[in-house]
Design a protein. Structure first.
Length: 419
């Protein structure tokens, strides 16, 4: 994807949680995508000329004190054996080597929005070279590398899809356990705990994002992560929770009745959201544009709101006036991969919406949200918030719902709740 030049991609920094304790380490997804190395303070350098390409990884040296307290690092020899890069050097050598490299190549590719000291160092050195006269070959332009990497990340390989499938196998079990264990009077965090147990017990060491376990009206707060309320008789619970496998995300939402049986009003709304979800998923195939899918989903959600008697009027006029947004405020879905919201492009170079291609993975997650205090909604629907989210792989012939094994139809959910 590069023209002639040098690309520098840095590992994620470690982050302090409080005083002298750290958050669990999470690698920079772009860095991990390119080389799979999972240690901090490492740097990947890619060189491309007309004659050759070369990959250099800079890693922290083995260090006895670090080994004692935090565990052994792979070190230069270990990294050279394990990873398919051309050269490995100690991170301490980076500053000296990079100055040489910048003198020889004409484009520098970095993450322009990343304030990593290693990148600032390279950028400053490149800018200094740019202002010098009489130097024959050196960096002439400083460009963004993330767009190139994230365009590659759009199309998942077989191995990446296998990791997502594995994450989903575990996430499926966790959602089913939550449906089985849920009882009136439990706390939201107790359902979260049951799911976390499944994640860890299966070797998925991290959630892909902070779990949302939202009983009743809490479901109407889209990013509710407090998870401390009681689960009450007659309410639904919306759970948006999923694990990561080998750094690949899954992202699943299910909404089910706390007492195991949908009320008539809950069922009416649930069936509408489910119908929208199934129809949107069914429209996915290569060459369909993502923007079109978004508009299509808004039409279907608006129709649902009209059928429920919540919106009154002609559909297109209602959409034009954004009336549906009050009850369906978020988008239909997002790319998913190494990041739960994979930062891959949504538009092409011309600014046109991207068309689906085999190997892309997108969530489809319609929702309808009726706040308990919203008097524009019939009383019977107030306090109901429903989202249903699956992870869809685009295939040559259409799509595959990678999370199809997770209970979703009313009868399937009620049966799962009885187990
Ligand atoms: N779990 C975050 C999302 O659904 O986008
Ligand atoms: Mn989600
Ligand atoms: Mn999502």
């Amino acid at each position: 994807s590069m023209e002639e030049g040098v690309a520098i991609i840095t590992s994620a920094p470690t982050k302090t949680r409080s005083n002298d304790t750290e958050y669990p380490y999470r690698q920079n997804s772009d860095f991990y995508y390119l080389c799979g190395f999972n240690e901090d303070n490492s740097i990947l350098v890619l060189i491309k000329t007309h004659e050759f390409t070369k990959t250099i990884l800079f890693v922290e040296a083995h260090n006895e004190i670090h080994a004692l307290w935090n565990g052994a690092r792979l070190g230069v020899d270990g990294a050279l054996k394990r990873f398919s890069v051309d050269e490995v050097h100690e991170s301490a050598e980076y500053a000296g080597m990079i100055k040489e490299l910048l003198r020889e190549h004409i484009n520098l590719y970095i993450d322009l929005y990343n304030a990593s000291p290693r990148l600032i160092e390279a950028k400053t050195a490149a800018e200094a070279l740019q202002s010098m006269r009489g130097v024959k070959r050196h960096i002439r332009s400083i460009r963004d590398v993330t767009h190139l990497i994230r365009t590659l990340r759009l199309i998942k390989s077989e191995l990446e899809i296998a990791h997502i499938r594995k994450a989903l196998t575990i996430t499926a079990e966790a959602h089913h356990i939550a449906m089985q264990k849920c009882r009136v009077g439990m706390k939201e965090y107790q359902l979260q705990a049951a799911m976390s147990y499944v994640f860890l017990n299966s070797g998925a060491m991290s959630e892909a994002y902070g779990a949302i376990v939202a009983g009743g009206n809490n479901a109407n707060t889209l990013h509710y992560v407090d998870n401390r309320d009681e689960l009450r008789e007659g309410d639904l619970v919306l759970i948006d929770a999923a694990c990561e496998w080998e750094l690949y995300a899954s992202d699943i939402t299910r909404t089910f009745p706390i007492n195991g049986k949908f009320s008539e009003a809950q069922k009416e709304v649930y069936e509408k959201v489910l119908d929208v979800q199934l129809r949107v998923i069914d429209a996915i195939k290569p060459n369909v544009k993502r923007d079109w899918l978004q508009s299509y989903s808004e039409e279907l959600l608006c129709d649902a709101l009209i059928e429920l008697g919540i919106l009154v009027g002609e559909r297109n006029a209602l959409i034009e006036a954004k009336e549906h947004k009050k009850y369906a405020p978020h988008g239909i879905g997002h790319w998913m991969g190494l990041d739960v919201h994979d930062p891959c492009p949504y538009v092409d170079e011309a600014g046109e919406s991207l068309a689906f291609e085999a190997g892309m993975v997108m969530t489809i997650e319609p929702g309808l949200y009726f706040r308990a205090d919203d008097e524009s909604v019939h009383e019977r629907y107030r306090g109901i918030g429903i989202r249903i989210e699956d992870n869809i792989l685009v295939t040559e012939s259409g799509y595959e719902n990678l999370s199809a094994m997770i209970a979703k139809r009313v009868e399937e959910i009620e049966a799962m709740c009885q187990l």
